[in-house]
Design a protein around this ligand. Structure first.
Ligand SMILES: *[C@@H]1O[C@H](CO)[C@@H](O)[C@H](O)[C@H]1NC(C)=O
Ligand SMILES: *[C@@H]1O[C@H](CO)[C@@H](O)[C@H](O)[C@H]1NC(C)=O
Ligand SMILES: *[C@@H]1O[C@H](CO)[C@@H](O)[C@H](O)[C@H]1NC(C)=O
Ligand SMILES: *[C@@H]1O[C@H](CO)[C@@H](O)[C@H](O)[C@H]1NC(C)=O
Ligand SMILES: *[C@@H]1O[C@H](CO)[C@@H](O)[C@H](O)[C@H]1NC(C)=O
Ligand SMILES: *[C@@H]1O[C@H](CO)[C@@H](O)[C@H](O)[C@H]1NC(C)=O
Ligand SMILES: *[C@@H]1O[C@H](CO)[C@@H](O)[C@H](O)[C@H]1NC(C)=O
Ligand SMILES: *[C@@H]1O[C@H](CO)[C@@H](O)[C@H](O)[C@H]1NC(C)=O
Ligand SMILES: *[C@@H]1O[C@H](CO)[C@@H](O)[C@H](O)[C@H]1NC(C)=O
Ligand SMILES: *[C@@H]1O[C@H](CO)[C@@H](O)[C@H](O)[C@H]1NC(C)=O
Ligand SMILES: *[C@@H]1O[C@H](CO)[C@@H](O)[C@H](O)[C@H]1NC(C)=O
Length: 755
């Protein structure tokens, strides 16, 4: 009987330990073996070199983990492989701290480069990934466009950050919001990064003082921006960053198949999938510590030696066991002997009571506890949903919707549960797009409708009202060339937007995927351009103009008839004419961004015209909007196109199918339209309405006196009456700028985007 009870107690003890488990491995100094063999070098200066890392073939796990210790004079430096990547710390939890060269680019007062540009390369094999939580991509300077390129889930990855300043007073200690310093985080799974600096245009006219621009990945806690860094960084060549390492490139299950190469050698170690990176890692099991990659690496922790590791009321009655510990009570006492447990109570042990009673009692207790826990959790979830709903302006939206109940297109407010069901609980397999704007899931509603659900970046609480207004405006737009916003869900921390699902991919894919591009004849390209222009002309018709802000081929979706559906009007905000002030970060997407914005910091209706011009050039030439494989002057497609036009080389850069199928005169006219859209000065660009008319005319084969500017200015209404009346009558709140900032992310290229 007594034996049985002890067994039950042990069970409980284990349950308690599991429930309150807390890793304390990092706190204790290493008193366990770290290197594979006694004759392997396990230190370089004061940096320890634990296996799987090693300095020779006999000492490392695989060539990935080769390190070299460079001892010159009395200084020791540790390098990865034979590279110049300097390691300052190796952690068995899967991190390396390395010192990395910074990219720099120096100009003089006239905007002339004074030294060759220095790019920074972190040449890393697949087993090293940039730690996404510890590092920030940082750009310092004036008109500095820092670019980070890398590999991300098997694709090319590019992100940029733009820092500028107009006077030294703009600079604030510790602030990296775009003035003099710009910081952005990078996603998980980025490896093999290259960092370069660029300025997209020649900005010499806004140069204020002589300095250099810098770009680097840096451990966030190791760098705090100071205005002096604009000048004093030139004496710094390396800064620390954190990279995550892992073993191999397969999962734990795959790795276990090959016992000879499986790295979790110790019986008390287990395999886990790293939060960031490819491959797997090992760790010592609960209650053990040490190096899980060595056969004798994981050693039992003696919990009884450390007050923080055991909960025994009296440490004298603590007994260490392999991987765990037991507490007992002195003679004449009974209980579990644990602090916070039942402790030790004077008197007879309960062992004399019927065991069945106790065990069933315990079971009942556990069941009740579980039930209570679940109930509480559910209540808390409901509460959270309500809180988010209020916080996200749910009441405001409900009120506005009920006010316009009569109109036929009402915005639907979806519940979180509905969307969870629609997406199989936001299953990764349902993801159809991912990028700086957030994540897009495909979902199936109970009424068999297919939707795209967009989980975006957070909404600033101060801008909830604008966000709500925008949801209403955009969901009122019912146009065959706009992706319809069906509604939203406000019960989550970040509001979810629900759109119609468009099934044929983005214009970007159709232009740049070779296999698809040949099914996109010139006639269709022109039709798509005209349709897009019509939709964008929307802004000039609305009493409160809507600037799309992120016109690009990845935001133009196509349905099965190749009809254009402009998406992401969610990124546009209502902007009254006099209030276009915005912060300094780049909001549009690189290559499509209005050059005037870089100087004036203002996005206007003419910014959309510029971006649209780039899309037309993309349609004409089939070339990438930004390509770092082209010479520096022609990286931006707009520049390439304009110089070709200037030199009368238009036909040389056109896409071959376009060149073959297109009517030469018509092609030239469309190119002229694009050229006029790409004027550096916004005022010189035609209005979107005019562009739309012109393209429509060209499509129908009509002749329009395009070239004579200034003429024809008073074009009326055009396609806008009726269709957009929903949008036109909104703006009643006089709402000002900024609602839903889906474009706050800097710049993402080559990620497919869209849905
Ligand atoms: C190694 O020593 C240097 C200076 O003596 C110190 O700054 C550094 O933090 C030490 N590194 C480790 C890993 O202890
Ligand atoms: C290295 O040794 C030289 C003389 O041997 C000494 O002057 C110098 O301070 C030492 N440097 C360090 C970092 O200990
Ligand atoms: C920028 O333009 C100015 C004049 O417009 C010119 O003097 C300067 O050389 C240009 N700078 C670069 C880097 O091209
Ligand atoms: C460029 O970086 C290298 C290291 O990669 C460094 O040796 C060199 O001094 C740097 N050049 C300039 C101009 O900063
Ligand atoms: C980084 O730069 C090197 C050298 O130019 C190049 O070989 C490599 O492909 C680049 N990597 C990426 C991910 O762009
Ligand atoms: C990725 O970039 C490299 C050059 O950096 C280029 O050669 C390659 O074609 C790109 N791959 C894709 C899929 O865009
Ligand atoms: C930035 O400037 C501050 C103030 O001069 C300086 O303390 C700091 O070391 C600089 N940061 C770097 C990385 O050089
Ligand atoms: C994964 O590892 C295997 C063998 O270690 C190798 O053949 C394969 O190319 C690797 N795959 C990738 C994507 O690196
Ligand atoms: C198992 O791993 C060893 C060492 O890496 C390798 O030589 C061997 O080919 C692998 N066996 C299989 C079946 O993959
Ligand atoms: C990033 O590094 C920190 C330590 O600096 C570590 O705690 C964290 O787990 C790492 N992140 C990932 C995703 O591995
Ligand atoms: C066990 O001890 C830890 C550390 O002292 C403490 O955080 C935890 O709450 C304790 N658990 C119980 C059940 O007493």
């Amino acid at each position: 009987m007594g034996f049985l009870q002890i067994q039950l107690m042990n069970l409980l003890a284990i349950l308690v330990i599991i429930a309150s488990s807390k890793s304390s491995l990092s706190a204790t100094p290493p008193n366990f073996p770290i290197a594979l063999k006694p004759n392997c070098v396990d230190h370089c200066g004061n940096i320890s070199i634990p296996y799987p890392f090693g300095t020779t073939k006999e000492c490392y796990q695989s060539p990935d983990f080769l390190v070299t210790c460079d001892q010159t004079f009395n200084q020791s430096k540790l390098f990865l492989w034979n590279s110049n990547i300097e390691i300052t710390d190796i952690s068995l939890d899967g991190q390396l701290r390395v010192l990395q060269f910074i990219a720099s680019d120096c100009y003089d007062r006239n905007g002339i480069r004074v030294l060759p540009r220095n790019d920074s390369r972190v040449k890393m094999s697949r087993f090293l990934t940039v730690n996404n939580t510890a590092n920030k991509f940082t750009v310092i300077g004036n008109n500095a466009l820092g670019l980070i390129h890398g590999q991300w889930l098997g694709r090319n990855y590019t992100r940029s950050c733009f820092a500028t300043c107009y006077s030294k007073d703009d600079l604030t200690e510790g602030s990296c919001a775009g003035l003099g310093c710009c910081q952005t985080s990078i996603p998980e799974q980025v490896s093999e990064v290259n960092i370069t600096l660029d300025s997209f245009q020649n900005f010499s006219n806004v140069w204020l003082f002589k300095q250099c621009n810098y770009a680097f990945l840096v451990e966030e806690s190791a760098f705090r921006f100071s205005p002096e860094n604009l000048t004093n960084l030139r004496y710094v060549t390396k800064l620390p960053m954190v990279v995550d390492w892992a073993i191999g490139n397969g999962t734990c299950e795959e790795a276990r198949m090959n016992a000879s190469s499986y790295a979790c050698k110790n019986v008390n170690s287990k395999c886990y999938k790293p939060g960031n990176g490819y491959g797997y890692r090992c760790s010592c099991s609960e209650g053990y510590q040490g190096n899980p990659y060595l056969i004798d690496g994981c050693q039992d922790v003696n919990e009884c030696e450390d007050l923080h590791l055991n909960n025994c009321t009296d440490i004298k009655h603590c007994e260490n066991t392999k991987g765990s510990f037991q507490c007992a009570c002195p003679k004449g006492y009974h209980g579990d002997g644990r602090k916070g447990g039942r402790g030790c109570i004077r008197g007879e042990s309960l062992a004399f009571k019927p065991v069945a009673g106790i065990s069933s009692g315990i079971i009942v207790l556990l069941v009740v506890a579980c039930w209570l826990h679940l109930g509480l959790k559910r209540r808390r979830q409901t509460k959270m949903r309500q809180m988010f709903f209020l916080q996200n302006g749910g009441m405001l939206l409900q009120e506005k919707i009920s006010r316009r109940e009569r109109s036929s297109n009402t915005t639907t407010i979806f519940s979180e549960l509905e969307l969870q069901n629609a997406t199989n609980n936001f299953d990764n397999n349902m993801i159809i797009g991912k990028g700086g704007f957030g994540i897009v899931y495909k979902g199936f509603l109970p009424d068999n409708r297919i939707v795209a659900i967009k989980k975006s970046k957070e909404v600033d609480p101060n801008q909830i009202e604008q966000f709500i207004n925008e949801v209403i405006v955009v969901s009122q737009i019912n146009h065959r060339n706009v992706v319809k916003l069906l509604g939203c869900c406000l019960e989550t921390q970040v509001p979810l937007l629900v759109y119609d699902f468009i099934n044929n991919g983005t214009l970007f894919e159709h232009i740049h995927n070779k296999a698809k591009a040949c099914f996109l004849p010139w006639e269709t390209r022109l039709k798509i351009a005209a349709e897009t222009a019509n939709v964008l002309a929307l802004h000039s018709a609305a009493s409160t103009p809507i600037i799309h802000r992120d016109v690009k081929s990845a935001n133009i979706l196509l349905d099965h008839t190749l009809t254009a559906k402009v998406s992401d009007f969610g990124a546009s905000r209502l902007v009254p004419l006099d209030q276009t002030q915005m912060c300094t970060l780049v909001h549009g997407t690189l290559g499509y961004l209005d050059p005037e914005y870089m100087l004036t910091n203002q996005l206007t209706e003419k910014s959309d015209v510029y971006s649209f011009g780039v899309v037309v050039v993309e349609l004409l030439t089939g070339k990438e909007v930004v390509s770092f494989n082209r010479p520096e002057k022609e990286r931006g497609l707009a520049n390439l196109f304009l110089s070709a036009m200037k030199e009368d080389r238009l036909f040389e850069i056109l896409e071959e199918n376009v060149m073959r199928e297109g009517n030469k005169k018509q092609l030239i006219k469309v190119a002229m339209v694009a050229k006029s859209c790409l004027h550096v000065k916004g005022d010189d660009r035609p209005s979107m309405k005019k562009v739309a008319m012109e393209l429509q005319g060209l499509m129908l084969g009509e002749k329009h006196p395009w070239v004579q500017r200034g003429h024809d200015e008073e074009v009326k209404g055009f396609l806008l009456e009726g269709e957009f009346s929903g949008a036109i009558n909104v703006g009643e709140d006089n709402s000002t700028s900024i609602g839903f900032d889906s474009a706050k992310d800097h710049v993402i290229l080559s990620m497919g985007g869209g849905r």
